[in-house]
Design a protein around this ligand. Structure first.
Ligand code: NAD
Length: 323
């Protein structure tokens, strides 16, 4: 496999690169990333001399340059992580989300046209389904899209474009929609690493609203295994939900982190809720379980311990991001 990873300097992308280089000898991997604030090449420092790996700085909306690279490196598979990914930032200014998350995917789809041998995995999110009422939980891949935030709307728009290109031009593409990921190398602006880093520093722990919002948490390495399976064996034109069914409220998450870091719960501060904040996401995973035999391998209570230990041992990775 000659694999193009886009957005590989971000959280899930850098975990995925480590995962596949460790698992497969017969792989060449090109990582293309625009290097936004969310990128951190320090996450990939240990593999920069690996002869199977190349990094090139590029915005994926630069279609002609990207096409040339794909030809030059004889790319056979693409996994697209490149995106703006923080909901709060999309509420401040959605334009860059449209640029990278929608235009970026358009650029990939244009390259895919008339190349049935070139395969794309578009990495999407369960947030495209929007707030899910309890009576309808969990939702399957055929549930209607009802995104609440500009971030989720940009991901839903990209999913629809991928679907349309599969139907109209027969491009070879699959989509995954995963639950919230956590684990090593995640930017400290996101809930779990933010709470861990703040707790380790004994700084305030800000929780939106009442903290009763529910998220389903997925350890990033379990997601990487699922992504690898879908990339290799998923049915073109199909969508695969990925989740570990570990539903927890934000209050439960922060309380667990306080316990693991020995932080005082008095550090918790409830702050004004995020506008349009979805209360709950819950997705059904029968399709990936049955078709591809994927199941999570770790429980939340084990993987959150590993994650806390990783942040404790990698202060030099996240402290600059916290300033
Ligand atoms: P991240 O923000 O940590 O990383 C995104 C990476 O993409 C960064 O390195 C950034 O520099 C790069 N990038 C952004 N715009 C680009 C562009 N135009 N061209 C090239 N590179 C660009 O994000 P993440 O958390 O690793 O998420 C990766 C993907 O997975 C995203 O598409 C996101 O929507 C999706 N996803 C994330 C989660 C999660 O919990 N983190 C859950 C479901 C789906």
């Amino acid at each position: 496999m000659r694999l193009l990873v886009t957005g590989g300097a971000g959280f899930i992308g850098s975990n995925f690169i480590h995962y596949v280089l460790k698992k497969y000898d017969d792989i060449t991997l090109l990582n293309v990333d625009k290097l936004t604030y969310a990128a951190n090449l320090a996450s990939l420092a240990d593999i920069q001399d690996d002869s199977r790996y190349t990094f090139i700085k590029l915005d994926i909306t630069q279609t002609d340059d990207l096409r040339k690279l794909i030809d030059q490196y004889g790319i056979t598979h693409i996994i697209n992580f490149a995106a703006e990914s923080h909901v709060d930032r999309s509420i401040e200014d959605a334009s860059v989300f449209y640029h990278s998350n929608v235009q970026g995917v358009m650029s990939l789809l244009q390259i895919l046209q008339k190349r049935p041998a070139l395969r794309l995995l578009q990495v999407s999110t369960d947030e495209v389904y929007g707030d899910i009422p309890l009576a309808q939980c969990p939702v399957s891949e055929s549930a209607p899209l009802a995104p609440s935030s500009p971030y989720a709307a940009s991901k839903a728009a990209a999913d629809l474009m991928v679907h349309a290109y599969c139907r109209t031009y027969d491009v070879n593409a699959v989509i995954t929609r995963s639950a919230n990921n956590y684990g090593p190398y995640q930017n400290v602006e996101k809930l779990i690493p933010k709470m861990i880093s703040q707790a380790l520093l004994k700084h305030p722990l800000p929780i939106y609203g009442t903290g009763e919002n529910i998220r389903d948490w997925l350890f990033v390495l379990d997601n990487c295994r699922a992504l690898d399976l879908v990339l290799r064996s998923g049915h073109s034109g199909d969508i695969y939900n990925i989740a570990a069914h570990e539903e927890l409220t934000n209050n439960e998450i922060v309380s667990e982190i306080c316990q693991l870091t020995h932080a005082d719960k008095g550090l918790i501060q409830y702050v004004n809720d995020r506008p349009g904040h979805d209360l709950r996401y819950a997705i059904a995973t029968d399709k990936i379980n049955q078709q591809l035999g994927w199941r999570p391998t770790v429980t939340f209570s084990d993987a959150i311990k590993q994650t806390v230990v990783w942040y404790k041992n990698h202060l030099e990775w996240w402290t600059p991001l916290n300033q």
